[in-house]
Design a protein around this ligand. Structure first.
Ligand code: ADE
Ligand code: ZN
Length: 346
């Protein structure tokens, strides 16, 4: 394995797609203070250190309890633009050339923020990223699984006028007692409307493996977010491989909401030929953007540079780009690897 500085430089320079990133999870404390001031919102914490000290999570539920209240500072279309723009600049500095970004409209409309402020601001940043940073950026609308299926369906209806700005729909938030099957009708309608489908199957949830089975057999997803508990059922691993589905893994996030990065599972699946990808999830909360996740996993699991190249290739294979654009980006990855003297995966 390469020395630490060489590894960081190689991982940052590797052209990559990010496929598991919650825009609301990129709210850094500094921006939170700036938006609070702009919108006249008093905050309980007064310093960046105080905000960071409140990031005391041990599982998904305790993380979400910190995550949602922080969003109160997001009000106007400019706020949503500024949030996404800050992420896109950071992503560009970490080698991201394509990103498919989650957002949670119900976390905002539920507070009285109009849907068009949310999607309008995010879309403006995505268009700007293409022009000014050369990053292609798409949006995935996520439904909150701890809200009702009826609420998800009405959110889908609200999104239809903006369908040309959305590449797909997803499902996130608290998985406990909120299985994929609860949203079967919503996802069937979304598919009929032409959206691609993904769902979170978070790490070590009660019923994780059953939820993974549901997303594969009942929902018919095009990708799975997290999903590494699939190692518990080799038949499901074979099914994912046969369908060529991607798993969007987030090693640094895993180490915050469980006791480990789940590197054995991620690397085991990678070496079995599954289209495992590495992503940052909620980087403002977990302290690592996407290239930092490549570095953390490589250091922890002893990945070779060729395996890092495989992860970058997988990020495009599992993306929702057209086959021609996927192939063009993969060619960029291969050129980069060869220029760095790194053998390509076979
Ligand atoms: N919302 C933001 N990050 C999430 C995650 N990792 N799992 C479920 N919901 C989320
Ligand atoms: Zn996530």
């Amino acid at each position: 394995m390469t020395a630490p500085e060489a590894l960081t430089s190689f991982a940052y320079g590797l052209p990559k797609a990010e496929l598991h990133l919650h825009l609301e999870g990129t709210l850094e404390p500094e921006l939170k203070f700036a938006l609070a001031e702009r919108n006249g919102i008093p905050l309980a914490q007064k310093t960046v250190e105080e905000v960071k000290a409140s990031y005391d999570f041990t599982d998904l539920t305790s993380f979400l309890a910190v995550y949602y209240p922080a969003m109160e500072v997001l009000q106007t279309a400019d706020d949503f633009h500024d949030l996404a723009w800050a992420y896109l600049r950071k992503a560009a500095s970490q080698g991201v050339v394509h990103t498919e970004m989650f957002f949670d409209p119900q976390a905002h409309t539920g507070r009285g923020v109009p849907f068009e402020n949310v999607i309008g601001g995010y879309r403006r940043a995505a268009v700007r990223a293409e022009a000014e940073l050369g990053i292609s950026a798409e949006l995935i609308l996520c439904f909150l699984r701890d809200f009702t299926a009826e609420h998800a369906m009405s959110t889908l209806m609200e999104a239809l006028p903006y369908r040309q700005w959305l590449v797909g729909v997803g499902l996130d938030s608290d998985e406990r007692d909120n299985p994929p099957s609860k949203f079967a009708a919503v996802f069937a309608r979304a598919k009929a409307e032409g959206f691609l489908l993904t769902m979170h199957c978070d790490i070590d949830q009660p019923g994780s493996i059953g939820h993974i089975r549901q997303v594969l057999t009942e929902i018919g997803v095009d990708r799975i977010d997290h999903g590494t508990n699939i190692v518990e059922d080799p038949e499901l691993v074979a099914l994912v491989k046969e369908r060529g589905l991607g798993l969007t893994c987030c090693p640094v996030s895993n180490s915050f909401v469980t006791e480990q990065m789940k590197s054995d599972e991620i690397v085991g699946l990678l070496r079995e030929g599954i289209a495992v990808t590495v992503n940052s999830d909620d980087p403002a909360y977990f302290g690592g953007y996407v290239a930092d996740n490549y570095v953390a996993l490589a250091e922890h699991a002893g990945l070779t540079d060729t395996e890092l190249v495989q992860l970058a290739i997988n990020s495009f294979t599992a993306s929702w780009l057209t086959p021609a654009r996927r192939a063009a980006y993969i060619a960029q990855v291969e050129q980069y690897a060869l220029a760095q003297g790194v053998p390509l995966p076979v």
